[in-house]
Design a protein around this ligand. Structure first.
Ligand code: NAD
Length: 498
């Protein structure tokens, strides 16, 4: 596997390419980055801005290469690459560049009577050397969006892209090598062995995007060094659909979040729908109509649908469809072409809750619909499972909206649309429970890679004897009055009045 490691200055680039990236190489890399961090280079506003600008320029200059790499890796339609990877990255750079000065400015905070006279502030300081491990489905965005936060916060960074998207991984290694300050920002390509070598090292933060199984490996490795983690995971994100709504708009928005996002291979795509038994046939009809409008009569031929990323994931999705418990439940789609790794948009109605498709995150173009007698029952269905990364509801009913927001615990909620909360940089993006730990985007990215240092300033004035021995009854009374907070109590204590 190739790395951009330059820690053996005496070896030629070719020798370097051929070296296995093992724990020793990982340790050398971390040492170099720790030295760079200790030099103070990354702390200054100027360095952070220069690197954010370099990243924005990289994305601008290399748009076509990025589109092509994602085309190779997953047949991602160019429009989706431009909208969800390129535009979102550019926006993250723009927000960070615009707000950085403000984010870096210490935040003045109030102090208490106990420290009078004093002033206090919260200083955001970089953590040090951070590791970012990313996933294959939005490989550009999921790699570089956290890198933006890490740079903005003033850290040195190692990025480990996903080997499942090899064209994008090698493009990022090349481009970050060309555009960024390589004494502080590095890419290590590779799979389990290389990631394991990295995970053996001591980091100041590990930011992982991917599945819950590997997240446990990451967290166990981090625990050995007491390293904090952000875990951006997935889950079964539900969409609840009421009856008295604009069904055409709702259906189009469900399709946009499901099949227009990497053919369902997105962490916040609707995983399943819940609607009432009475409304289900209308919803199925609307889905059929809109899907045919978008993808034609033969969706396997559509250029507007990503393919399944590889044969393992194709086999996994096929197994979900072949489960006896869902035989006869397909009401739309179900076509597959293994040679092209394509699966058409597929809708299943009334699948049993103990079927395979309802027991794991689907992460593909299959959409089961569960039915209930009353829509309120859907809240118990959702809350009976692990907390999802996102949850959606389509309704005009104010009470139902309030109940949804009040009772559903998920990483994020959207009312009357899907996935769009991701694009709002003032909202934190992250999971809860099984769907993740921590969050990022906008200022939350800066915060994720910063330590909030508490700083209290005092002068030599106001040196209250109450805190020093000998501890007398008067001092105890004064202390109690100070804790009580009442000014009269304090005056009484000072003058010894009971
Ligand atoms: P993946 O296969 O690309 O794996 C993610 C990373 O883990 C890769 O860099 C990979 O090299 C590394 N890895 C794999 N096995 C490892 C091991 N044994 N030890 C150490 N590292 C290892 O991606 P994936 O996990 O298939 O991604 C899909 C999952 O990620 C879904 O659950 C999805 O919901 C979730 N996801 C979440 C977000 C989010 O922002 N919350 C975004 C995308 C995907």
């Amino acid at each position: 596997m190739s790395t951009t490691l330059d820690s053996h200055e005496t070896t030629s680039p070719v020798e370097e390419e051929q070296r296995a990236f093992d724990a020793e190489a990982a340790s050398l890399l971390v040492k170099k980055l720790r030295e760079a961090f200790a030099s103070g280079k990354t702390r200054g506003y100027g360095w952070r801005v220069s690197q954010l600008k370099a990243l924005a320029k990289l994305v601008d200059d290399q748009e076509q290469q990025i589109v092509d790499a994602l085309g190779n890796d997953i047949a991602k339609p160019p429009l989706e690459t431009v909208a969800y990877e390129i535009a979102m990255l550019k926006n993250s750079c723009r927000v960070a560049l615009k707000e950085l000065k403000h984010w870096m400015t210490p935040e003045k905070v109030k102090t208490s009577i106990a420290t009078f006279p004093s002033s206090a502030e919260i200083v955001s300081e970089p953590l040090g050397v951070v590791l970012i491990i990313s996933a294959w489905n939005y490989p550009f965005l999921l790699s570089l969006d956290p890198v933006i936060g890490a740079i903005a916060a003033g850290n040195t960074v190692v990025l480990k892209p996903s080997e499942i998207a090899p064209a994008t991984s090698s493009l990022m290694a090349k481009l970050l090598g060309d555009y960024m300050d390589n004494s502080c920002i590095r890419v290590v390509e590779g799979a389990v062995d290389e990631t394991s070598a990295l995970l053996q090292q001591k980091w100041d933060k590990i930011f992982y995007t991917g599945n819950g199984r590997v997240a446990r490996v990451v967290m166990a490795a981090a625990a050995k060094h007491l390293t904090p983690v952000v875990l951006e995971l997935g889950g079964k994100s539900p969409a609840v659909v009421d009856s008295n709504i604009n069904l055409k708009v709702a259906t189009r928005r469900i399709i946009a979040g499901k099949w227009c996002c990497n053919n369902g291979q997105a962490c916040i795509s609707p995983d399943y729908i819940i609607t009432t038994k009475d409304h289900a046939p209308k919803l199925v009809d609307a889905l059929k109509t809109e899907l045919e409008t978008f993808y034609g009569k033969n969706p396997l031929e559509s250029k507007d649908l990503s393919r399944i990323v590889n044969s393992n994931h194709f086999a996994r999705l096929t197994k979900l469809l072949d489960d006896d418990k869902v035989s006869g439940k397909i009401v739309y789609g179900g076509e597959k072409d293994e040679s092209k790794l394509k699966i058409s948009p597929t809708v299943l109605l009334d699948v049993p809750r103990d079927s395979l498709i309802m027991s794991e995150e689907i992460f593909g173009p299959l959409l089961p619909i569960l039915t209930v007698d009353k829509l309120e029952e859907s809240f118990d269905v959702i809350n009976s499972g692990p907390k999802p990364l996102a949850a959606y509801i389509f309704t005009n009913n104010k009470k139902l909206k309030e109940q949804f927001v009040g009772t559903i615990s998920a990483g994020g909620l959207v009312i009357n649309d899907t996935t769009l909360h991701l694009a709002v940089h003032t909202l934190p993006f992250g999971g809860v429970g099984e769907s993740g730990v921590g969050s990022y985007h906008g200022k939350f990215s800066f915060d994720a890679f910063s330590h909030k240092k508490a700083v209290l300033y005092r002068s030599f004035l106001g040196d209250a004897p109450v805190r020093y021995p000998p501890y007398t009854t008067t001092k105890l009374r004064l202390l109690k009055a100070l804790i009580g907070g009442g000014i009269l109590g304090i005056i009484r204590a000072v003058f010894g009045w009971s």
